[in-house]
Design a protein around this ligand. Structure first.
Ligand code: WTA
Length: 672
């Protein structure tokens, strides 16, 4: 099989205005790319017929399918039932006892692979012009993780206690999370780009009394002050009595009082013997917060057995991982997001393929850092985000062209829709038209890939995440749950349980129900709009709730609005997304000021700095548009649809007859 050359494309008919947050996608793209022979020949799933047969089996007999897959991993005690399903509650591998850490590390050692490389860590900074690389074998990991697990125990952490982790991308982060998994203490990892407020909120919500952090982390040669942020957060809550700090940058962050402990000092005395806790399949593995349509982030809960099996299997098939074929896998996400949890650590390690962990920025010291790393480590499977790809495109082809990228076999994307231009660039410039692109649609809530090509089997089309993974009964429906017609936009739902599904929102049963299970009776609603084409391929059309996906990160518009109105000058704010060249979607903030405050660029900067402080730099507005008043209906509802058109610089298509004061619109358009 060979890839259909792009010359057969029909670019003239390809319009790509994929209007997020509305259901009016006009995306039409029909170029087709068959899986390249070099991947298909040796792939686990090597033909579409094989995919279809396995898919049918997985849907018709999920117990058999998942039971067989789970049996490839280690269980202290086998389950008695594969699935117990009482909408919306699923229990998987019921009665089974297992451990994520055992399957990530010890299982490899049991099979004589202890000396193989598990993690390839690369620091951002260089030493004498040379890359600073640390390789950890499974034996190394077991020793370090066991020691840190004993450190946690020595600090009073017990099974079931939530441990907050706020660190940079260093091996100690992987060690800390795996140590939690080893003793059955659910972790709650906070992305290092979040602010003190975010730490406070998560510590409070998770009722966590211990925080693991670093003094700082390196980003573009500068120190991100992680410990300072923790210190500031802990002035706002008294829940935490212990902070363990790893000295990464050694730039003098304080270990000030009885609360703070030094990582190295504790590790020096710790025993490296710590057997894995035999956990129930349905014990809580971790909490990970994600933005929702109210101001408060949701603590998504995942449990041990189902999460383990689902991330293991999706990793294996989507990236076509082969431990005996010199595979080197690299996902560029941060471990603070679900992508890093599932596809740097938990799904990859049990597949016995080295996983690369990179500390820093893609443009440090130069804009070819990623390509240089791929060449040097001979990376075969590479996973990144459309936002990054669009930035690489802007930087120009010279950077990747300088490097030998021929080790690459499968290249993937995640986090947001990929526009066809970026897809084609990725295919040509990075993949040399010889690497399948896996555009993976999934969510924090789903644990792993839900709709994705199988690289050796699926014919892909730029912009489509193609077809559901095994066991995933995805459909596009109306609000009654009836499937809509081919190519019609609708609500993306999952109609059957799957092992990686979220088990709830921490401490908020009602919200779990409202958010995911009330919109379409009986089905899981993802919050995305989609259509399904005549080939059975899915096209994601953007969020249908008040979440915007900015550079692949979810932001609740309400969260950003609350941050804005907490600035002393702001009276009222409304936030919408708009199409952005690099980020996919940018943040536009419409702001009305309190009396006696003057509109100015200076004030825009101050407001943005405030948002960055409240939520983190990713939430900063790309545009702040001052308004004397926000456009509202006569009943007082902000007309968001109208604001979206204004922010996008589009003609106003929405009905403005209910608008109270039409002149407001012209004033806003003049600024946007
Ligand atoms: C969006 C990230 C289009 C989507 C793994 C989803 C995507 C949200 C894709 C989840 C994709 C993720 N194509 N949209 N391939 N992948 N999304 O929880 O809106 O950070 O609901 O999980 O990102 O974001 P989350």
């Amino acid at each position: 099989m060979s890839q259909t050359p792009p010359s057969t494309a029909t670019p003239a008919s390809s319009t790509t205005s994929n209007d997020a947050n509305t259901m009016e996608s006009t995306l039409q793209e029909s170029r087709m790319f068959a899986p390249p022979a070099k991947v298909a020949e040796h792939a686990h799933i090597s033909s579409i017929e094989q995919y279809e047969k396995m898919y049918a089996e997985s849907i018709e007999n999920p117990d058999k399918f998942w039971g067989e897959q789970a049996a490839n991993l280690h269980w202290f005690k086998k389950w008695t039932r594969v699935l117990e399903w009482e909408l919306p509650d699923a229990k998987w591998f019921v009665g089974g006892k297992t451990n994520l850490c055992y399957n990530a590390i010890d299982r490899q050692i049991d099979d004589g692979l202890g000396d193989q490389v598990a993690i390839i860590f690369e620091a951002e900074g260089m030493i004498d012009g040379k890359a600073d690389v640390t390789k950890l074998t499974y034996n190394d990991l077991k020793r370090e993780v066991s020691k840190f697990a004993n450190v946690l125990k020595s600090q009073g952490v017990k099974k079931g206690d939530v441990v907050t982790i706020y660190m940079g991308m260093v091996p100690q982060l992987a060690i800390a999370m795996l140590a939690c998994a080893r003793i059955g203490a659910p972790h709650s990892i906070i992305f290092g780009g979040f602010s003190a407020n975010a730490i406070r909120d998560r510590v409070e919500d998770g009722k966590s009394r211990i925080v693991i952090t670093c003094d700082g982390s390196w980003r573009r040669g500068k120190v991100v002050p992680l410990k300072d942020n923790v210190d500031q957060a802990l002035t706002m809550t008294d829940r935490v009595d212990t902070v363990i700090m790893y000295q990464r940058t050694k730039q003098g962050a304080p270990v000030t009082n009885g609360r703070d402990k030094d990582w190295d000092t504790l590790m020096a005395d710790a025993s490296d013997d710590c057997p894995c806790e035999e956990l129930d399949s349905e014990d809580l593995a971790f909490i990970l917060y994600t933005s929702g349509s109210t101001g408060k982030p949701k603590g998504i809960m995942h449990t041990v057995g189902g999460y383990m099996v689902y991330t293991y299997l999706t990793s294996k098939y989507t990236f076509d991982l082969h431990p005996d074929a010199n595979d080197v896998y690299w996902c560029t996400a941060d471990i603070g997001w679900i992508t890093g949890h599932s596809y740097i650590i938990y799904g990859i390690l049990p597949n016995r393929v080295p996983t690369v962990m990179y500390e820093g920025a893609p443009d440090t010291p130069e804009k070819d850092r990623f390509w240089e790393m791929i060449e040097r480590h001979k990376v075969t499977k590479f996973y990144t985000a459309p936002t990054a790809i669009r930035a690489f495109m802007k930087w120009g082809d010279d950077y990747p062209d300088k490097h030998d990228l021929s080790s690459l076999k499968v290249i993937g994307t995640v986090g947001e829709p990929i526009n066809p231009e970026a897809w084609i660039w990725y295919n040509q410039v990075i993949g040399a038209e010889n690497c399948p692109i896996v555009d993976t649609w999934w969510q924090t809530e789903t644990a792993g890939h839900m709709i994705t090509p199988m690289p050796g089997a699926t014919t892909t089309t730029p912009g489509s995440c193609t077809r559901p993974f095994f066991g995933i009964d995805a459909a596009v429906v109306n609000s009654e749950g009836e499937e809509v017609e081919t190519n019609q936009g609708g609500i993306l739902v999952i109609r059957k349980p799957w092992p990686g599904m979220l088990r709830g929102i921490y401490g908020d049963r009602e919200r779990f129900h409202d958010t995911y299970w009330s919109k379409v009776p009986g089905f899981y609603t993802a919050g995305d709009g989609a259509r399904k084409d005549e080939n059975g391929n899915f096209w994601i059309m953007g969020r249908i709730d008040d979440v915007i996906v900015v550079a692949g990160h979810n932001l609740g518009t309400m969260e950003v609005e609350s941050a804005l109105v907490s600035h002393f000058s702001v009276a009222e704010a409304a936030v919408v997304g708009f199409p952005h060249d690099v980020k996919g979607t940018g943040v536009a903030a419409f702001v009305t000021l309190k009396p006696a405050h003057e509109e100015s660029d200076e004030l825009r900067k101050k407001i943005n700095a405030h948002v960055a402080k409240e939520l983190g730099p990713i939430a900063k507005a790309d545009k702040i548009i001052f308004a004397e008043a926000l456009p509202k209906t006569r009943s007082g509802k902000i007309m968001r649809r109208l604001l979206r058109d204004i922010a996008a610089g589009k003609e106003i298509t929405s009905d403005t007859s209910t608008l109270e004061d039409r002149s407001i619109v012209e004033k806003l358009q003049a600024q946007a």
